[in-house]
Design a protein around this ligand. Structure first.
Ligand SMILES: Nc1ncnc2c1ncn2[C@@H]1O[C@H](COP(=O)(O)OP(=O)(O)OP(=O)(O)O)[C@@H](O)[C@H]1O
Ligand SMILES: [Mg+2]
Length: 316
């Protein structure tokens, strides 16, 4: 079998704050992503999703663990060699406006990346930028526009265009479609799938909305309070998901059709309510099946085969 492109092994991140003390934002996470795959990470606000993305891109250092990119531990890469990593991993965030300088035209934004990473010469870059816009299904007329002259959806397409122009080994999409209107979000997701098939791209797709994450991912990792509680193939999630937290997320996606209600359900499920359990299962306070054992022992992530892993005594 081929080596995964990305492999996280026992990765943890603890933040310290004078008010709350230690914050175990990510605890002992194992994760792998293979070539051409889209792996989704889902979980409520504050469960550690972006912290994982930030550790992979070296914006944040790991507290413990290894992060291998094509076999190389990137946590050990010297500052001066980070440029090589940045070319291999591209990141798309929720707010495309934050990536642009307001005075930079779309064309310049695309050309700068191409030239900086030595993908094309300055003279070739304009032509290349035009091709990129075509790939993300935008008109070449947009090359001379400024960010405020584009819609959020158009701008996010430009950011995706720049990400693919680097010919990266991995693209991390952190809530990349969350700020877009539902119909625009669907179009951008469709584009991402199309580009993945056409260019053989590899994605790590992070989101808080299970329906969205499921629509694009082959495999889904479900996180709660910094730990992985379940990992499952996307197509099997409805029928085979086992962890009470995953079932809860599924309920909020599939039984509540009213969009407003769904929003409320997701908003009320934030980490702030539950806090971090120091002992036992992190989900114990909200779990309808809690045993005495769950309050004192932390369950292991057990592999049930077929890519299905669950961390729950009730299921064992
Ligand atoms: N720089 C920091 N200093 C202190 N605590 C932090 C820092 N960054 C993140 N945290 C804490 O770590 C936890 C995980 O945060 P993270 O941003 O990874 O969550 P998330 O799953 O991406 O949430 P969201 O869905 O809201 O984006 C939270 O409790 C957060 O408050
Ligand atoms: Mg986040």
């Amino acid at each position: 079998m081929k080596e995964p492109i990305l492999e996280l092994s026992h990765v943890s991140k603890t933040f310290y704050s004078s008010k709350t003390g230690e914050i175990p934002a990510v605890s002992d996470v194992d994760l792998d992503v293979s070539e051409g795959e889209c792996v989704g990470i889902v979980g409520e606000s504050g469960c550690g999703k972006s912290t994982i993305a930030r550790m992979i891109t070296r914006i944040t250092d790991v507290t413990e663990g290894k992060i291998l990119l094509e076999g190389q531990d990137i946590t050990k890469v010297e500052e001066r060699d980070l440029k090589k990593i940045y070319k291999k991993i591209q990141m798309v965030f929720q707010d495309p406006y934050s990536v642009f300088s307001p005075r930079m035209q779309v064309g310049t934004f695309l050309e700068e990346g191409l030239v900086f990473f030595g993908i094309s010469s300055r003279s070739q870059a304009r032509k290349e930028a035009e091709t990129l816009l075509h790939m993300v299904e935008l008109s070449p007329e947009l090359l001379d526009r400024f960010p405020h002259e584009l819609s959020g959806g158009q701008l996010q397409r430009v950011v995706i265009g720049r990400a693919i122009s680097m010919e990266p080994r991995l693209i991390i999409l952190d809530e990349a479609t969350s700020a877009l209107d539902v119909s625009v979000q669907k179009q951008v997701l469709k584009l991402l799938v199309k580009l993945q098939k056409r260019l053989g791209l590899t994605y790590l797709f992070i989101g808080h909305d299970l329906a969205v994450v499921r629509s694009i991912s082959h495999r889904i990792v479900i996180m709660y309070a910094g730990i992985v509680v379940e990992e499952i193939q996307s197509e099997r999630i409805e029928q085979a998901a086992a962890h009470p937290y995953t079932r809860k997320l599924l309920e909020s996606v599939f039984s509540v059709h009213d969009r407003e209600k769904k929003k409320i359900v997701l908003e009320t499920l934030t980490m702030q309510d539950s806090g971090y359990e120091r002992q036992g299962c992190p989900y114990q306070k909200r779990c309808p099946f809690v045993y005495d054992r769950c309050k004192t022992e932390k369950p292991d992530l057990v592999d049930y085969g077929n890519g299905h892993k669950v961390r729950c005594f009730y299921f064992e």
